[in-house]
Design a protein. Structure first.
Length: 123
């Protein structure tokens, strides 16, 4: 098989080989072929994710500061009573954020399809 054919075959199992380069080394009559994956990034994909993130609401960290104050327990009635207003506000904030994961899923579902670097054999 040609080196490119081997690379295409292996790319089914190792997708990073889709745009890999290779080197050949002959030693003691044995030819060793080494594939080197290319590390790249595509700005357009990053821009789409940043656009989605820009549309998400800012997160209020009051629930985090409350967690730092009262920890994981054990909780006494006195401790809960002392922080009742903060606990209620944090619970209301969290309840108001329940829609955020669905918004993220909807935004991701609207992303345009991106071609795969390799189409599996038999696809």
């Amino acid at each position: 098989m040609a080196i490119e054919d081997v690379k295409k075959h292996l790319a089914v199992y190792f997708p990073e080989l889709g745009n890999a380069t290779h080197t050949e080394k002959v030693e003691n009559g044995v030819c060793t072929i080494t594939f080197h994956k290319q590390v790249t990034s595509k700005g357009s994909e990053h821009a789409l994710l940043m656009e989605i993130a820009a549309g998400l609401p800012e997160i209020d960290h009051s629930a985090v500061s409350l967690y730092r104050k009262i920890g994981q327990g054990p909780f006494t009635v006195a401790l809960l009573a002392e922080h009742a207003a903060e606990i209620q506000a944090a619970a209301a904030f969290i309840q108001a954020q329940i829609h955020v994961p669905q918004e993220i899923l909807n935004a991701c579902a609207a992303l345009p399809p991106v071609s795969a670097p390799v189409v599996p054999i038999g696809f």
